[in-house]
Design a protein around this ligand. Structure first.
Ligand code: BGC
Length: 731
């Protein structure tokens, strides 16, 4: 019988799975449900329950006697994490798990280039496949609500439309390898402080319009095979097992047919886990959280306690069958799919992709007197000051930490590109090593470091200050939020002192978050460079040298001061909450929606980013003046590269409702397109928007509502740089 079962799978595999040009978006054979049911009929209750929870830190058991494989997963989203020990968080110290580090997802979002997102997914998916992972835990699409959130660098910014457009190709790319993406953290995990228990109160409207759309796109368009619940609560219930979020919205409304995986230690209750949509429990410690060292898998909520309820018939067996059905479906898509490729890793193509994304995501924020690019053929003396010029940024940050085979530091990148220059490096300050959950101060002499930096600045033609945040606790790191909006480790003071000595100073910020810039008016240039992975230094040198023209745009607003950010303007109950509850009082007005609507100028706006060339947007028009609900709105314009170098511009289309019956943001991003133009070239751009996408979520009917009347279409190259405002009507 058992033997027969195995042979059956083999026989069916060959006839049912095509061997080339395989469409992985829907790799399931026609009769999959019957097939899964036939497998379920062979499983004991114990075996079924076992499949619903971890057997180690990153795997779940198979059914050995039937040849059903284990499922192995790894953290992403920026690369495949190093191997972790079976039963604790220590690294296993394998020597074959060095990988390519791709740029942080904030950088990917800043490219505004969905094609690159697909390249990212395909390539990181290949590495996951080579490392024999069935699920890659990423990408993350929690919305950027506050610049203090320690994990913003792992997400795709503040705008639900941008995040939706960027997440879908990533997922498709990963899954093309027969590796499941696991979209996280579903949902409202918008801060790290108190993440394990904080209860979020937010309106339905903000939930549907701001926080859910990227997850919805991931499920409906990206067809993600798994999703990860979050740590926090929503309306008094943990999001990992949540009647409304998981059963109703995710599984019923969006028809999600994949596996809901808990975050590590986010499961809290057997009944809720069983009945409110959780399929696979991971990372629970004996203390019921993730913090204890012992995991004791049999005592998981979805282990023995679940088995008992099933045996006692307090929970219907169909409940576990549904979970196993989903898990088996994921397995047919991944480790029981014999046609998936073998993957590859650390190949030159992966580095090229990492470098392209890094280069396209860098955002030029300020460029006085054409400070950038810096000519590499000149015999300049350049002082490179700042700890981030040499600090590895793939290390630290929490679960997204990577064991990179290569990480080119900014200093190394500059040294290899600026061979004619004399480069003097000085740290200027030191922050101490990265540790998870604690701050270890540096024991270096800060005064001495500063003096060396000032001496370097004094004898140089140009100063490049390479600073920002890092991947240590209370910086850009999981498990905690930043405690200040200003740059840490005395950098603001140091920049001032450098400026007093050498005015020809540019700042290169390495961070995943907005920071205050009190020195902004005094520096010549500012570049936002994110965490860029293996090719960080080369990508930075590409942009600084002018080998590549910057074309990244900010995926979130930089407020002047913290209080100008919507969440912070409502005080502590809004952020961070009172440790039990928090209220998203800004409602739908997140990010630029807040700045625009309340007329609070940002330091740098969403969608903003400079180029070394200039562009002109002209001939902006809509195809019609009046539309109905089922129409498409076609907005077109001409873009001309009017400057002296080849480059790329992002045409952004925002739409706002004139006189609405509900509160509205002044405008919202509804379409964008990146165009590459050689100097002098003109191209036509068309952005197509479905009229129904102008709907708001109407709480009075719990559904989307397309209001009739006048709308304004804003076309420009940043949320605060609009070339023209047109009027249209919906009838
Ligand atoms: C994080 C997840 C991660 C998991 C496994 C959790 O603490 O929130 O993003 O995938 O750990 O490392």
């Amino acid at each position: 019988m058992i033997f027969l079962f195995n042979t059956n799978i083999q026989a069916q595999k060959i006839s049912e799975f095509p061997t080339s040009n395989y469409d992985f978006s829907n790799p399931l054979p026609q009769n999959i449900d019957t097939k899964i049911d036939s497998i379920i009929s062979l499983l004991t209750l114990e075996e079924k329950v076992a499949m619903c929870h971890a057997q180690s830190k990153f795997s779940t058991p198979g059914v050995a006697r039937l040849g059903i494989p284990e499922i192995w997963m790894s953290d992403g989203p920026h690369g495949v994490r190093g191997e972790i020990n079976w039963d604790n968080w220590g690294y296993a110290d394998w020597t074959n798990d060095y990988i390519t580090a791709f740029p942080a997802l904030t950088c990917l979002a800043a490219t505004f280039n969905p094609k690159l997102s697909n390249d990212y997914g395909v390539n990181v998916g290949e590495e996951a496949r080579y490392r024999k992972k069935d699920i890659l835990l990423g990408p993350g699409v929690n919305i950027y609500r506050t610049p203090l959130n320690g994990r913003n660098f792992e997400y795709m910014g503040e705008d639900p439309f941008l995040a939706s457009k960027m997440v879908v190709p990533y997922i498709k790319g990963v899954q093309q390898n027969g590796v499941a993406a696991c979209v996280k953290h579903y949902v409202l995990n918008n801060q790290e402080l108190w993440r394990g228990h904080i209860n979020v109160e937010v309106s339905d409207r903000a939930l549907y319009e701001i926080y859910l759309p990227a997850f919805k796109a991931a499920v409906e368009e990206g067809e993600a095979w798994s999703i990860m619940g979050a740590y926090n609560q929503f309306r008094g219930q943990h999001t990992t097992h949540h009647q409304l979020l998981t059963n109703k919205i995710l599984k019923e409304d969006w028809a999600f047919d994949g596996v809901v995986i808990s975050d590590w230690g986010s499961t809290h209750n057997t009944n809720e886990a069983a009945l409110f949509g959780l399929d696979m429990e991971m990372g629970t410690g004996t203390d019921g959280l993730t913090s204890s060292t012992e995991s004791a898998y049999d005592y998981y909520y979805l282990a023995n306690p679940f088995l008992k309820l099933l045996k006692d018939k307090e929970i219907d067996e169909e409940v576990v069958n549904d979970k196993v059905r989903r898990i088996l479906k994921l397995m047919f898509r991944t480790n029981m799919n014999p046609t998936r490729n073998f993957g590859r890793m650390n190949n030159v193509e992966h580095l090229e992709v990492a470098r392209n994304i890094a280069t396209e995501g860098i955002v030029l924020l300020k460029n006085e007197n054409q400070f950038f690019p810096i000519n590499p053929s000149k015999k300049l003396t350049i002082a490179v000051i700042g700890e981030n010029a040499t600090r590895p940024m793939t290390i630290g940050g929490g679960s997204s930490e990577l064991k990179a085979k290569l990480e080119v530091s900014p200093l190394q990148g500059l040294q290899s590109r600026f061979k004619n220059a004399t480069i003097i490096h000085a740290m200027g300050y030191s922050s101490g090593p990265s540790a998870y959950g604690r701050v270890i101060p540096s024991n270096l002499d800060q005064n001495k470091l500063k003096q060396e930096a000032l001496e370097a600045a004094a004898k140089s033609d140009i100063v490049l200050f390479i600073g920002g945040l890092n991947k240590s606790y209370l910086q850009d790191c999981e498990g905690g939020d930043r405690t200040q909006f200003e740059l840490p480790f005395g950098q603001d003071g140091l920049i001032d002192e450098i400026l007093a000595i050498n005015k020809n100073t540019g700042v290169v910020l390495v961070s995943g978050n907005a920071v205050a810039m009190p020195w902004l008016s005094k520096v010549q240039g500012v570049m936002q460079t994110w965490y860029l992975g293996s090719e960080a230094g080369n990508a930075i040198a590409d942009i600084i040298s002018g080998d590549a023209n910057p074309s990244g745009k900010l995926p979130f607003s930089f407020p002047v001061k913290l209080k100008d950010n919507a969440a912070h303007s409502f005080g502590e109950l809004s952020y961070p909450g009172d440790s039990i509850n928090q209220y998203y009082k800004e409602d739908i007005l997140v990010g630029y929606r807040w700045h625009d609507t309340k007329k609070i100028e940002s330091l740098f706006s969403f969608g903003y980013g400079l180029s070394y060339t200039s562009f002109e947007i002209s001939d902006i028009k809509t195809d019609k003046k009046t539309y109905t609900a089922d129409n498409q709105i076609k907005i077109s314009c001409k873009v001309t590269n009017t400057g002296n170098s080849d480059g790329a511009e992002v045409i952004q289309v925002y739409i706002g409702k004139h006189k609405s019956k509900v509160k509205r943001a002044l405008k919202e991003l509804k379409g964008f397109q990146k165009v590459k133009l050689i100097k002098g070239e003109t191209n036509e751009v068309e952005v197509v928007i479905n009229a129904k996408d102008l709907s708001f979520y109407d709480e009075t009917v719990s559904d989307w509502n397309l209001e009739k009347g006048t709308y304004y279409v804003y076309v420009g190259n940043a949320s605060n740089s609009i070339s023209e405002k047109l009027k249209i009507k919906i009838e």
